[in-house]
Design a protein around this ligand. Sequence first.
Ligand code: NAD
Ligand code: TYD
Length: 360
Amino acid sequence: MKNCIIVTGGAGFIGSNFVLSWVKGQHGQCVNLDKLTYAGNLANLAAIEKNSEYVFIQGDIGDRAVVDALLKKYHPYAIVNFAAESHVDRSIHAPGEFIQTNIVGTFNLLEAARAYWNDLNDADKSNFRFLHVSTDEVYGSLSATDPAFKETNPYEPNSPYSASKAASDHLVRAYHHTYGMPTLTTNCSNNYGPYHFPEKLIPLVIHHALNGKPLPIYGNGSNVRDWLYVADHCSAIRRVLEAGKVGETYNIGGWNEKTNLEVVHTLCDILDKEKPKQSGSYRDQITYVTDRPGHDQRYAIDASKIERELGWKPAETFETGIHKTVKWYLTHQNWVDNVTSGEYKNWVNKNYNERGEELA
Ligand code: NAD
Ligand code: TYD
């Protein structure tokens, strides 16, 4: 096998951070298979587009001929599967694509990988890895006093997004147990950082704040998410790929639980210092809007398994990571302008007009 990995969804938020760090860190050849949906953006990868260790292929993980051809041509020792539809609110409006990519697409990728893996010699067979990148949302919602999610928690997905990710996790698990394929699954908490598409809370709030628009808080803002800086997620995936035990799942998180209101207040306070308004605070733009249907109250990751067994720890605290993130957005307004032109506007109108009335 070559010193090569195939990454899927490598033009999205986490995938592009992973591919950039992989290529810049000289970890070997990286082939990026991405369909370039609204969430995929080749501008994220401009810094490495001419690097001889990087190859981009536009294609769908659900297209068996494309995946077979890539496996045959590049002979990778691993597949890292980021490709997915990833936004809960979009999954509520239109779940079909989530079923297609997250479930059927992952199934197709597993089938192609199984055929490829079966034909490898014994040494290459045992070295091969299929790493599936998943989410903490598969575990459902916690109450304020529940312990954080462990790998042994039952799956209780509540949104079409999390249900589709849960289904894909189950398929990956089955391919290990039934066929012996060397799979690994990671379940990570909410990420934030550079190249985060501004449909998600943190980049949306920064974008709206700077443009004088309302900062929409769903419900009363008490929902809790556990935030991890994206570079830390990428380092955890690299660590699982090199040292994870096949067939296992690893929860990834940074022990950073925050209510949505705390996150938005933090963003406003940083912006008030870094780019003060003519008068008043960005907090004045906070607007309470109709809640998300089926909104999970709290996610929290117990990351003690990956810390104990693989010696992984995040490098950033929430405070250091969120400062870096705000500064990145302030210095990359062109990137934001590009991704928020066109289709993005339709989504924002659809999602927020319907939420309509203010709750406070
Ligand atoms: P994203 O939406 O930013 O990017 C997804 C990428 O996948 C895009 O580049 C898109 O073009 C590509 N893609 C979509 N459908 C495809 C298909 N059929 N074939 C090939 N490419 C396709 O998502 P993200 O936030 O970077 O998330 C990446 C992965 O990490 C997802 O599997 C997600 O479930 C998981 N995850 C995300 C978070 C988070 O906070 N964002 C947390 C934990 C896990
Ligand atoms: P999001 O970034 O969509 O991630 P996820 O739903 O996968 O956790 O949302 C994070 C939290 O922020 C979630 O509780 C929903 C909330 N939220 C808002 O309050 N307002 C918004 O405009 C968005 C997009 C999210």
